[in-house]
Design a protein around this ligand. Structure first.
Ligand SMILES: [Zn+2]
Length: 680
């Protein structure tokens, strides 16, 4: 779903060039660190960063790339390593006491980052560099760092800087609390009548047996709650699950969110911006808050006609059992959309699940990515990790190892509940290989359960894997600070959103989606029907994304004392979607992106527009063939953060992105249905 750039774990494979050809032996989990051991590892990284900073500030005489930028980048690398480790442990460690300590360490690292961003001596050192003769990536790196320093307030007076530091520490604390409240609040909904499970897949029902108290519960975890809201034939039950799901972390997070809004507003004000949204946009592709507002309206204009046609189809479906119905509740969208897909498109998503057992999908995702990006993956056995289910893989390019990744794919109590790629190590050419991890929550196969996946999970898997490949291929830079993914946060989703299209290709799917009992490859005709059916709902889904985008912007667009999160949520749902909100829900409380992305949730739609434009460049007859995949790898992925995102887009497309391909993609269902004569 999304990437938290500020997260993850490092195994401290401290590498040198000569070690590259050898098998890597991660050292951190090999020692099975206890809590003090883990804290020492983070502290050691921070101490190394401090000594590199001391080196920067103690230079006498002329500043050079070698005596200033090199130790600065070493500090960046060490702080990143500390942060990746602390954040990953916070997200995945099986022991709650361990996670609590990790939360403390996340705060500590963040305070160090804030202090560095306000360190005037370091700023002046970088500003004193002559970059006129530096290579282009180095020059870009320095300019970008100077911009970030100014946005942090480094050129403000001492009192202001002290205040900014305090506010940023508070913000870190608030963000962390907001996210933890969401993952800690697992609600349970009682199944009061077994009929409430009617419509759900048999393997789902089999997994939900009555406990010691004789009762069956459905939790608000994704693998539990999403199928219940999509398939249960009981309207009353779906309402209860939706209500529980949309009140996670409420009321706790209302107060936390309001504190976050106030803190962010004060930071923006001190730095001379009229809102957090404006301030937060200043170093991104979109540039300003008003451009976000314009973009929301543009998307609304494009999506509305299609969403209206779709909601009319949902209403027609609802009339079959409720002839007087006048409206569609938000909680019914998933269920009714599924019914429309079955009745209008002769498609039942459960027909696809038997072709999607987890292990085969996992291998298929790896094989597809390997072919597309011209790399190979090899499994490293017996690498210790925080959980026995975690797998380790090496990435090879033309026979040379270029990175490593970890797969932590199944739910555990207390684990991060979404799907994401987290960096583990920055790549530095000739010095350190890039590493990353996927943290997901897909069904776990067992001896008598193949772990059948929802098709949407497969798409998510490839999406997240795309972030990971981007991190590795972009992680071959000269500096840690420009390694991996572009520094403009509103570009990071474009490559992964584009890759989702590969999971719609009958050819690609048939290469790995095999029936778990018969081994038969998924029929092309079924995929074609699935694609027609999945094109249904794009207008509605984009209008919902536009609603979330508007919430994220409206929460942070002005002075917070005039903004009530409940009012914003309700009015944006009314304004951008055709659904009737279920009363007493408070979705913002579990809208984790309000912490990390804050006002930048527009990124998903912004990048979807770019993604469809990119996708238009590939050979749709054979997505894995031709020269385009390699040209894409070279021009978009490999530069990492060494050029601006606008340049990446321009270098690949030969022009700026536009909305044409995106609009065409949204309306595809009606083109297809009228062409095949099955629409209405
Ligand atoms: Zn993503």
């Amino acid at each position: 779903m999304f990437i938290r750039k500020t997260i993850a774990l490092t195994f401290f494979t401290v590498l040198c060039a000569s070690a590259f050809a050898q098998t890597l032996q991660p050292t951190v989990w090999a020692t099975k660190p206890d809590i003090p051991g883990f804290e020492k590892m983070v502290n050691d990284r921070l101490a190394a960063a401090q000594s590199a900073i001391d080196q920067v500030t103690s230079v006498k005489g002329a500043r050079t790339i070698e005596n200033t930028l090199a130790p600065y980048d070493e500090a960046v690398r060490n702080i990143n390593s500390a942060q990746y480790l602390a954040s990953l442990v916070e997200s995945v460690h099986p022991e709650s006491a361990f996670r609590d300590h990790a939360t403390e360490m996340v705060r500590k690292v963040s305070a160090v980052q804030t202090a560095l961003s306000l360190n005037r001596e370091v700023y002046q050192a970088l500003a004193g560099l002559d970059i006129s003769k530096a290579d282009a990536p180095t020059g870009y790196y320095v300019k970008r760092q100077l911009l970030e320093f100014r946005l942090a307030g480094v050129d403000k007076d001492d009192a202001t800087r002290t205040q900014l530091k305090k506010l940023n520490d508070e913000l870190t604390d608030e963000q962390s609390t907001f996210e933890r409240n969401i993952s800690d609040d697992q609600k349970k909904v009682e199944v009061t009548d077994p009929k409430q499970l009617d419509g759900l897949p048999q393997d789902y029902i089999d997994r939900h047996k009555a406990g010691a108290d004789g009762k069956i519960y459905i939790t608000t975890n994704y693998p539990d709650a999403l199928p219940a809201m999509k398939f249960s034939t009981s309207d009353e039950f779906r309402q209860r699950v939706f209500l529980a799901f949309q009140t996670r972390a409420y009321p706790k997070n209302k107060e936390v969110l309001e504190r976050m809004m106030a803190t962010r507003y004060r930071i923006a004000s001190l730095l001379g911006y009229s809102s957090w949204a404006d301030y937060n946009a200043a170093d991104k592709m979109i540039r300003s808050g008003s451009n976000i507002a314009d973009f929301i309206q543009k998307v609304d204009g494009a999506a509305r006609p299609i969403a209206q046609r779709e909601v009319a189809m949902l209403l027609a479906e609802k009339h079959k059992t409720n002839p007087d119905a006048k409206e569609i509740g938000d909680y019914e969208n998933s269920y009714l959309s599924e019914l429309v897909r079955r009745s209008q498109f002769n498609f039942d998503s459960q027909l696809v699940r038997p072709y999607l057992p987890f292990n085969e999908v996992r291998q298929g995702i790896l094989d597809t990515a390997a072919t597309l990006f011209h790399v190979t993956f090899s499994r490293e056995e017996n690498v210790p990790a925080w959980d026995p289910a975690v797998e380790t893989w090496d990435v090879m390019d033309a026979g040379k190892m270029v990175g490593r990744f970890y797969l932590d794919m199944h739910p555990r109590p207390g684990k991060f509940t979404h799907a994401e790629m987290s960096p583990v190590l920055d790549g530095i050419r000739g010095k350190q290989l890039p590493e990353a991890i996927l943290i997901c929550n897909f069904p776990k196969p067992t001896a008598d359960d193949p772990g059948l996946m929802e098709y949407g999970d497969v798409v998510t898997f490839f999406h997240e894997f795309g972030h990971l490949v981007h991190w590795i291929l972009g992680g071959q830079q000269q500096w840690a600070g420009i390694s991996g993914i572009t520094m403009e946060g509103d570009f990071v989703e474009a490559p992964s959103q584009m890759l989702e299209e590969w999971m719609h290709s009958p050819q690609v799917l048939a290469s790995f989606a095999k029936h778990y009992k018969t081994g038969e490859a998924i029929p092309a005709e079924l995929v074609a029907r699935m694609n027609r059916a999945s094109a249904f709902g794009r207008g509605l889904s984009i209008s919902q994304q536009d609603e979330y985008t508007a919430i994220s912007y409206d929460i942070y667009k002005a002075k917070p004392d005039v903004i009530d999160p409940d009012e914003v949520t309700l009015s944006d749902e009314h304004r951008y979607t055709p659904f009737t909100p279920l009363p007493e829900t408070h979705m913002y409380a579990a809208f984790g992106h309000l912490a990390g992305y804050s006002s930048a949730y527009y990124t998903y739609l912004w990048d979807k527009v770019i993604a469809e434009d990119f996708f238009g460049q590939f050979d749709h007859g054979n997505l894995l063939a031709g020269a385009t995949p390699m040209r894409y790898r070279r021009t978009v992925l490999e530069p990492g953060g060494s050029v601006s995102a606008n340049d990446l887009v321009h270098n690949f497309l030969g022009r700026e992105q536009n909305m044409n391909a995106f609009q065409k993609w949204m309306g595809e269902e009606f083109e297809q249905t009228s062409a095949s004569g099955t629409g209405n």
